[in-house]
Ligand binder design. Sequence first.
Ligand code: K2U
Ligand code: ZN
Length: 173
Amino acid sequence: MAIRDILTAPDIRLKQKSKPVEGGVTDAHRALMDDMLETMYAAPGIGLAAIQIGEPLRIIVMDISRDGEDKAPRYFVNPEILWASEETAPYEEGCLSVPEIYDEIERPARVKLRYLNYHGAEIEEDAEGLFAVCIQHEMDHLEGVLFIDHLSRLKRENALRKLKKARKEAALA
Ligand code: K2U
Ligand code: ZN
């Protein structure tokens, strides 16, 4: 396993649409998921999409267990949303690829998912609460969409300006 570098906005690679995994989940995909999970825990974060470490594949890892609880890693290959509630819920989101920026995003409160798990088995599962927020946030990444893309143009431009300033200062340090 290895901790990989996480791409940060405005890196153009984060805008790619990720490709489906073809021909089933292989040992190579599982090795990638192992690296993604180690990278996510080290960040720390509660979700990570493969594109965030530069791999344009439709793969997501997640662990929404709380501090002090047993770890509960989750793996989603080729995830699809089969149904989303009309009811929406707000959540103060952040993103490992958009550091130090947080804002409230409104998303469907409940979704029905279909995906392949770590071993390639097809699963259908309902999600609500933080699970629903996180999976929708990560599935946006698979479409090349960042949570700031859901904000007003003014808020998005302010966020990108702050990110570019931080990157410039880091380069001079
Ligand atoms: O995509 C990512 O960078 C992972 C996010 C997942 C996430 C975003 C918004 C809401 C829930 C999960 C990172 O884990 S950002 C860290 C974080 C953790 C808990 C709540 C908000 C942000
Ligand atoms: Zn993110």
